[in-house]
Design a protein around this ligand. Sequence first.
Ligand code: IPM
Ligand code: MG
Length: 358
Amino acid sequence: MDFHITLLPGDGVGPEIIDAATTVLTAVEKKFGHNFHMQSRDIGGVAIDTTGVPLPKETLDACKQSDAVLLGAVGGPKWDGLKAHLRPERGLLSLRSGLGLFANLRPIALHEELISSSPLRQDIAKRGVNIMIVRELTGGIYFGERGYRDGAFGQEAYDTEVYSINEVERIAKIAFEIAMGRNKKVTSVDKANVLETSRLWRATVERVAKGYPEVELENMLVDNCAMQLIKEPSRFDVILTNNMFGDILSDEASMLTGSIGLLPSSSLGAGNMGLYEPIHGSAPDIAGNDEANPIATVLASAMMLSTSLKLVNEAFAVECAVHKVLAKGLRTKDIAGGKKHVSCSRMAEEIALAVLNR
Ligand code: IPM
Ligand code: MG
């Protein structure tokens, strides 16, 4: 079959990990007889350098016309001094909202092969980590009113957290639907002891939960959740939370698996089209060294295959290939524990080979 995929390599290690993902996608094309029409567009710092804005209209239009979008990473010290609306990160935020992608799914799974790379105490790690973080992506403090004004102590800055019932309802429904296909437990994370938006969040989630009597709902305060993730991660199945808390908790949870370099994410809206990206950033310190871990982006491609392209067997083949190379002992620097490691491109070639030889 024919599919149109927009590639957004972005900044830092972005181009290297997108190259790695295309190596694997090319193997999938060959093995399963598909045609992936992949075209690259600029976003983030590289777009600022070439067009003056972090999300050129041409990039957004190309994304809207494709079946799926695969993104590397945005940002870097070069653009740190720019005004907020011109920063590389703004490009990603505008892309998410411009495509209406309000649901961000971040699966956090500790691979059997990597239990010893987890910083968790081994007895806790052995009990397993398998969590789906469902993060609201187009609302909250990321998109509320912001600015500068004169305050009692002179100039001050402010950002506002706003959530409508409708926004909470639609993301909660996604979390409950996902929980139905997993272990039927949703932990909704908020700060309802302090924040009004969190109290609306909690009341709305409780109402949505009534439509899913088989799913157990647990409410948890975000500070407690940060602690429980380290103390007893096996207690979690689906974590449902807002934009800001989801950003922070997903980085924390990612480390339980050994490296943030392993974790993919998908961002979805009302239709089939989605945005797929690793949850890590542009890692400017190692950019250009061919040493980034491509597995997060390769697994993001697998999510793209199954979710937007409905190619479930192909996605499974990619996931199995990743497990196979890890079981063979291949490690990129971030998960090698100081021992022998392979480059980003070599890791991708090995995964591609494992797809072809299935
Ligand atoms: C993420 C990132 C982004 C976010 C940044 C780059 C805007 O940290 O996807 O987690 O905060 O959402
Ligand atoms: Mg983040």
